[in-house]
Design a protein around this ligand. Sequence first.
Ligand code: NAP
Length: 300
Amino acid sequence: MSISSSSSAAAPTPAPSARLLPGAPVADQILADVETRVAALRERGITPSLATILVGDDDASAGYIRIKQRQAASLGFASPHRHLPATATQEDLHAAIDEFNEDRDVHALLIQYPIPQHLDYDAALMRVDPDKDVDGMHPLNLGRLAAGIPGPLPCTPAGIEALLAYHEISVSGHEVVILGRGATLGRPLAMLLAQKRPTANAAVTVVHTGVPDWPRYTRRADILIAAAGVPGIIQPEHVKPGAVVVGGGVRYEGRRLLPDVDESCATVAGAITPRVGGVGPTTVAMLFRNAIEAAERRFT
Ligand SMILES: NC(=O)c1ccc[n+]([C@@H]2O[C@H](COP(=O)([O-])OP(=O)(O)OC[C@H]3O[C@@H](n4cnc5c(N)ncnc54)[C@H](OP(=O)(O)O)[C@@H]3O)[C@@H](O)[C@H]2O)c1
């Protein structure tokens, strides 16, 4: 198959050919399982509870919290919420976290990111009870992941593993190249996909700005995962013909979503996540899976 460049004005763009890998059916399957498990706890008189904290008045963040609360309610979770003003201090934030940490009726806790710039998100994350950490990003949980000890998994990486498994993409024994070694996506994903498990078990390579000739690696990947947050960084010439391409990295310009993977990669890839509705829905579903697992852990 010939490799075309999307920047060529003269050449006609070939029709997309890759199979799409939507996240919605994966998320639906995960959420159906969560709903069943919530109902099972409720039958025992236990209401699983996912608490949320929002700091400041950012419209987008408030919107995301509302969506998560609505979804929590529809799945059967209680969802107590604290909204702190944009002027809140680190101590105010820690006090809100402590309150939910100590509340035995709260099983999982989410701090909506980002928080105002004068606040230290990492310090807040460290304050969260690791067993209530729905994002799976507390250092103790990243340590559990590294050590292979069960615990809440980082949502986006876990969602990508689930997405590949759902769409029957064979990961085990294959070459996975991840562009980006960030703490939320590339780094934990590399640990996850290298684990000894049928849906992982991959030969994982991570590339970044320290590897200027990174296309040399991405071009040999059976599965290429973009986790850089640089719009359009992955072009068709970076993709092995027939490879699976997963777009994890995105940047927002206002409300406009700018993905790492240029849409023209669909002309070279064998399978690809859609521009919108790929990794996002599976990330949210994993958050609820972490929440129900946190509740179950308390009562087993
Ligand atoms: N879809 C979702 O639900 C979801 C959830 C979470 C995160 N994300 C997205 O995932 C992306 C990654 O987030 P993160 O926090 O893990 O990472 P991050 O801290 O933003 O780091 C980005 C990584 O990409 C690498 N990179 C950036 N520009 C590059 C370039 N020109 N060439 C090669 N490598 C480059 C960086 O290399 P260096 O380390 O060398 O600087 C770094 O390792 C972001 O776009 C984020 O929005 C999406």
